[in-house]
Design a binder for this molecule. Structure first.
Ligand code: SF4
Length: 98
């Protein structure tokens, strides 16, 4: 590879496609009024930006664009904060270049 060529992560991610399974989110957050530290962490660590802090202080997830990296699943393992499943067949991320 020539030395002066750089590729931005955003440019690579733009190549991917995502098919939303309307009404069947594959990641759900347990109802809460005060988010755990782990949920707050997800706002900063999800590479797809699926987690957001809402105006009422809770954490919301919008899994559209989820890359199925599993980071949130690992961080919340055993906490009961998250219900995580792979999307149904035919839905979710479609990686163009593997
Ligand atoms: S699996 Fe990865 S990309 Fe998907 S919501 Fe969790 S942290 Fe974000």
């Amino acid at each position: 590879m020539p030395e002066n060529i750089s590729v931005k992560v955003e440019d690579k991610l733009f190549q991917n496609r995502y098919k939303v399974d309307e009404g069947n989110p594959h990641v759900c957050i347990a109802p809460h009024t005060v988010p755990s530290e782990t949920l707050l962490t997800l706002v900063n660590v999800c590479p797809a930006g699926c987690y957001q802090k809402a105006d009422d202080g809770t954490v919301e997830v919008i899994p559209d664009g989820c890359m199925e990296c599993g980071t949130c699943r690992v961080l919340t393992a055993g906490s009961g904060d998250l219900d995580w499943n792979y999307p149904r067949g035919g839905y979710g991320i479609q990686f163009k270049f593997g």
